[in-house]
Design a protein around this ligand. Structure first.
Ligand code: KIV
Length: 288
C-alpha cells in the first residue's frame, strides 16, 4: 500500500502545474534516463520526469554534465517517452545546444520536441536566457528555466557552489526568476540556493518553483534518481536524502549470482529445458 495517494490529475500539463501551485499541493519530480525506471516513477505518480543532462554523470560515467550531446539526450529521452503516460516529460537541452544562436536554439528545441516527444524543455541560466525562452515559447515549446547552481556553468562558478549568498547575488537571482517568468517559462528549477532566497522567489512568482538543494518551501522538489537510490559512487551532496539502497541490493545480488555460478548451483534442473520424453538423442545421433 502506498503512503500517499498520487494526485488525481490524469495527465500532468503546464496548466495542471499552475493549479497545483495555486492549491498549495506539492509537485513531485525526479530525473529519468531509461524505460524501466521512468515507468516505475510514472506509475508511482511522480508529476515531472526530467531527462536531465545529469545523464552524463549518473549513467554515462562522465565527471560533469558538459560533454553529453544532443543526440545522447534524445536517445535516452525516447526510452523515457515510451514509459511515460501521466507525468509531464521534460528534457534538458545540453550545454552548447542553446548557446550559439536563436536559430540553432530553436532548431534543437524542435528536434527534442519532435524526435524525443518532450512536452517541455529545460535550459539553464538567468536573464541572459530570456531571449531563448521567448523564442522557444513563441514556437509553442514550453520552457522550464533553471537558475542558481547551474551545473553547465561549472567552469565559470569555479565548482559546484551554493549561489545567491550575498545580497546582490540573491537580488540578481530573484530578478532573473521574474524575467524568465515574464518571458514565458512554465516553471523554474531553483538549485543550490539558500532556503530563504528560494522561499522569497517562490512567493514572488505565479509559476511553480521546483527545488533541489533549495529548502522545503519551493512548490515542488526534484532529485536525481540515482541519488535517491544510492546508485552513485561519490559522496552525496548535503541536500540529498536516499529513499532506498539499490546499490547495496545489487551488490548483494551480484555476489550471490557469482557464488551460485562458481559453485555450479545455478542453474539447477528446474531452471533447465528438457527434451520431450519421445525424443531420444541416441536415435537422433545415429541418424546423423
Ligand atoms: O540534469 C539534472 O538532473 C537537473 C536536475 C538536477 C534539476 O538539471
Amino acid at each position: 500500500m502506498s503512503l500517499t495517494t498520487p494526485t488525481s490529475v490524469a495527465k500532468v500539463t503546464p496548466q495542471s502545474l499552475l493549479a497545483q501551485k495555486q492549491a498549495g499541493a506539492a509537485i513531485t519530480a525526479i530525473t529519468a534516463y531509461d524505460y524501466p525506471t521512468a515507468r516505475l516513477a510514472d506509475e508511482a505518480g511522480i508529476d515531472l520526469l526530467l531527462v536531465g543532462d545529469s545523464l552524463a554523470m549518473a549513467v554515462l560515467g562522465h565527471p560533469d554534465t558538459l560533454s553529453v550531446t544532443l543526440d545522447e539526450m534524445i536517445h535516452h529521452a525516447k526510452a523515457v517517452r515510451r514509459a511515460t503516460q501521466r507525468a509531464l516529460l521534460i528534457v534538458d537541452m545540453p550545454f552548447g545546444s542553446y548557446h550559439v544562436s536563436r536559430e540553432e536554439t530553436l532548431r534543437n528545441g524542435i528536434r527534442v520536441t519532435k524526435e524525443a516527444g518532450a512536452e517541455a524543455i529545460k535550459i539553464e541560466g538567468g536573464a541572459e536566457q530570456v531571449v531563448n525562452v521567448r523564442t522557444l515559447t513563441a514556437a509553442q515549446i514550453p520552457v522550464v528555466a533553471h537558475i542558481g547552481l547551474t551545473p553547465q556553468s561549472l567552469r565559470r562558478m569555479g565548482g559546484y557552489r551554493v549561489q545567491g549568498r550575498t545580497e546582490a547575488a540573491a537580488l540578481q537571482l530573484a530578478d532573473d526568476a521574474v524575467a524568465l517568468q515574464d518571458a514565458g517559462a512554465i516553471a523554474i528549477v531553483l538549485e543550490g540556493v539558500p532556503r530563504e532566497l528560494a522561499t522569497h522567489i517562490t512567493s514572488l512568482l505565479a509559476i511553480p518553483t521546483i527545488g533541489i538543494g533549495a529548502g522545503p518551501d519551493c512548490d515542488g522538489q526534484i532529485l536525481v534518481f540515482h541519488d535517491l537510490f544510492r546508485l552513485t559512487f561519490r559522496q552525496p551532496a548535503k541536500f540529498v536524502r536516499s529513499f532506498g539502497d539499490a546499490g547495496e541490493l545489487m551488490r548483494q545480488g551480484l555476489d550471490e549470482f557469482r557464488n551460485a555460478v562458481e559453485s555450479r548451483s545455478f542453474p539447477d534442473d528446474s531452471e533447465s529445458y528438457h527434451l520431450p520424453t519421445s525424443v531420444s538423442l541416441e536415435v537422433a545421433v545415429s541418424r546423423g
